[in-house]
Design a binder for this molecule. Structure first.
Ligand SMILES: [Zn+2]
Ligand SMILES: [Zn+2]
Length: 462
C-alpha cells in the first residue's frame, strides 16, 4: 500500500517535470521502479530521460537496472527488459561480482572436499591427439563479472519467461560467449535446467565448444555433470547432450581432470565418469542396497554414461575413417606389441622407420580413456578395452561381428594392395584356414604397405 502511494507520488512528480536522474544518494529512481517490477513506472521514467547506465554501489554488487530487470519473474520482467533495451544500454555491462561463485558450484566444491577420496587413478594421460578434435578458433574468452545475459540464464523460476528475456538480449546483440564464475551463459542455462534458453543461445551464436574455466570445462561437461542433474529427467538429459552434439559440441575435445597433485587429460566422457564416481554412495553401493530413489538415480546416470560412450565411439570411428585403416591398425599394433627379444635381430639391416599415426586410445566398451589400463583386441588390434568385463561385453554386444569383419576386410585390402603374385596366391585358401591365413596375409600386406604407405603419405600431404 505504501509502495503504491509512493509510486503515485513519483509518477505525479515526473509528469510535472521532475528530473528522473536526480539522486542525491544513489540509487537512482529507475532502480526503485525496476525493483518494484513496475513496468509502467519504468516506461515513464525512461520517457522522461532516466539514464540506464547507472549502477548500484559495488558493495551491493554494482548491478545496473538491466541486471535487475532480467531477473524479474513473470511477464513484467520481459516488458521491463524490453523498455530498457529501447534506450540502448550497454548490454555487456558487467556487475561488480567477479569473485562470486555460482551457487550450485559452491556445494559441489564442498562435497568434493567431503568425499575426499580418489575417484580415478589419473596417470598423466595426454588426451586425444589433436587430429581427433576441432581445435578452438573462436574469439578469446573474456572472463569477469556477470552480464545481464548470465543472470537471465541462471534463472530457475520460469523457463519460458527467462527464454523470452534471453531472446531479447541476444536480438540486441548481447555477447553469449563471455564468462562469469567460469561459466558461459550456455553452461548456466544447462546448469539451471532451462532447455529453451539452451536452444535460444545456440541459435544466436553461443559456442558449444567454448572453454570454460570453473567447475565445468565445457558445455558438454555441464550437461553430463551429476551436479546439475536434478533439473532434468533421463530422457531430457540425453536429449540435451544430443542437442549440443548437433550444434557442433566436440565429444573429443580435451578435458583436464585433476585429483590432488595428479592430473590427466581426457574427454567429456571421462569427466562424466569422474563426477559419477565422486558420489560414492550411488557408484559403489550394491544395487539392491540402494533405496528406490537411489536406484532411479543410478539408472539415470548409467543410461547417460552409456549414451555418451556410444556417441564417443561413433565419433572416433567416423574420424578414423578419414585415415588409412591399415596404417592406423599397424600403428595401434606397434604400440601395443610387447617388444620381443629377437625382434631386433630380425629387423637387422633392413629395419624400416615406421610411420605411426597418432591415435586415440580409449575403452571401446565403456569409453574411459583416463585412469584405466587398456589392452588391445588380440585379433584385430583395432580396439582397446579396460577390463575383462568390458572385453567380453564388447565382444558379445558388437565387436564379435566387427572383428571378424575387419579380418576379412583387412585381408581383402592387403590382397588389393599387394599386386605381387605371391600375395594373390594366399587369398585362394579355404575357410577353415581363415585365422592362420589372415595372419600370413596381413604380414604380406604389411610388407608391401611400408613402401606404398610412404608414398601415400606424401601424396596426402600435397
Ligand atoms: Zn571399459
Ligand atoms: Zn577385434
Amino acid at each position: 500500500m505504501r509502495q503504491q502511494k509512493r509510486w503515485e507520488t513519483i509518477q505525479l512528480l515526473l509528469r510535472r517535470g521532475a528530473d528522473p536522474n536526480a539522486s542525491g544518494v544513489p540509487p537512482h529512481l529507475l532502480f526503485f521502479a525496476v525493483k518494484a517490477a513496475d513496468a509502467e513506472a519504468v516506461k515513464l521514467l525512461l520517457e522522461r530521460g532516466a539514464r540506464t547506465d547507472v549502477c548500484l554501489p559495488s558493495k551491493v554488487g554494482g548491478l545496473t537496472p538491466l541486471h535487475i530487470a532480467v531477473s524479474i519473474p513473470g511477464e513484467e520482467g520481459v516488458q521491463i527488459t524490453q523498455y530498457l533495451l529501447h534506450s540502448a544500454p550497454d548490454l555487456n555491462a558487467r556487475a561488480d561480482d567477479g569473485n562470486e561463485i555460482y551457487g550450485p558450484d559452491k556445494t559441489q566444491a564442498r562435497e568434493a572436499n567431503l568425499t575426499g577420496g580418489v575417484t580415478l587413478q589419473l596417470r598423466n594421460e595426454a588426451g586425444p591427439p589433436q587430429e581427433y578434435f576441432s581445435s578452438y578458433s573462436g574469439p578469446v574468452t573474456e572472463e569477469g563479472e556477470r552480464t545481464a545475459l548470465h543472470i537471465a540464464c541462471q534463472r530457475e523460476d520460469n523457463s519460458e519467461r527467462a527464454r523470452d528475456v534471453i531472446h531479447l538480449l541476444l536480438m540486441n546483440h548481447a555477447n553469449p560467449n563471455i564468462l562469469w564464475s567460469g561459466h558461459s551463459p550456455l553452461s548456466l542455462a544447462i546448469a539451471s535446467g532451462n532447455d529453451l534458453a539452451v536452444v535460444e543461445l545456440l541459435k544466436h551464436g553461443a559456442d558449444p565448444n567454448l572453454t570454460l574455466s570453473g567447475a565445468v570445462r565445457s558445455a558438454l561437461c555441464a550437461a553430463v555433470s551429476t551436479v546439475y542433474e536434478q533439473q532434468r529427467t533421463t530422457a531430457q538429459r540425453i536429449a540435451l547432450v544430443d542437442k549440443l552434439l548437433e550444434a557442433g559440441a566436440d565429444i573429443l575435445a580435451p578435458v583436464t581432470l585433476r585429483e590432488g597433485q595428479r592430473k590427466a587429460v581426457g574427454t567429456p566422457v571421462d569427466y562424466a565418469y569422474y563426477k559419477y564416481y565422486q558420489d560414492r554412495r550411488i557408484a559403489h553401493t550394491p544395487y539392491h542396497i540402494l533405496s528406490a530413489s537411489e536406484q532411479e538415480v543410478f539408472q539415470t546416470r548409467r543410461s547417460l554414461l552409456e549414451h555418451i560412450t556410444a556417441k564417443l565411439r561413433e565419433r572416433v570411428i567416423l574420424k578414423e575413417k578419414e585415415w588409412d585403416r591399415e596404417e592406423l591398425r599397424r600403428s595401434k599394433k606397434l604400440d601395443s606389441a610387447v617388444p620381443r627379444r629377437d625382434s631386433k635381430k630380425k629387423g637387422g639391416s633392413h629395419r624400416v622407420e615406421e610411420v605411426r599415426l597418432p591415435y586415440f586410445k580409449y575403452c571401446y566398451q565403456c569409453g574411459h580413456s583416463v585412469g584405466v589400463q587398456l589392452s588391445p583386441c588380440m585379433r584385430c588390434h583395432e580396439v582397446f578395452t579396460c577390463s575383462v568385463t568390458c572385453r567380453s561385453k564388447s565382444w558379445n554386444e558388437q565387436h564379435r561381428q566387427e572383428c571378424s569383419g575387419l579380418l576379412e576386410k583387412s585381408t581383402g585390402q592387403a590382397a588389393l594392395d599387394a599386386s605381387s603374385a605371391a600375395c594373390k596366391k594366399n587369398v585362394t585358401g579355404k575357410k577353415g584356414e581363415n585365422v592362420r591365413e589372415g595372419k600370413d596375409q596381413r604380414r604380406a600386406g604389411r610388407k608391401s604397405k611400408v613402401g606404398i604407405g610412404g608414398r601415400e603419405h606424401h601424396r596426402k600431404n600435397d
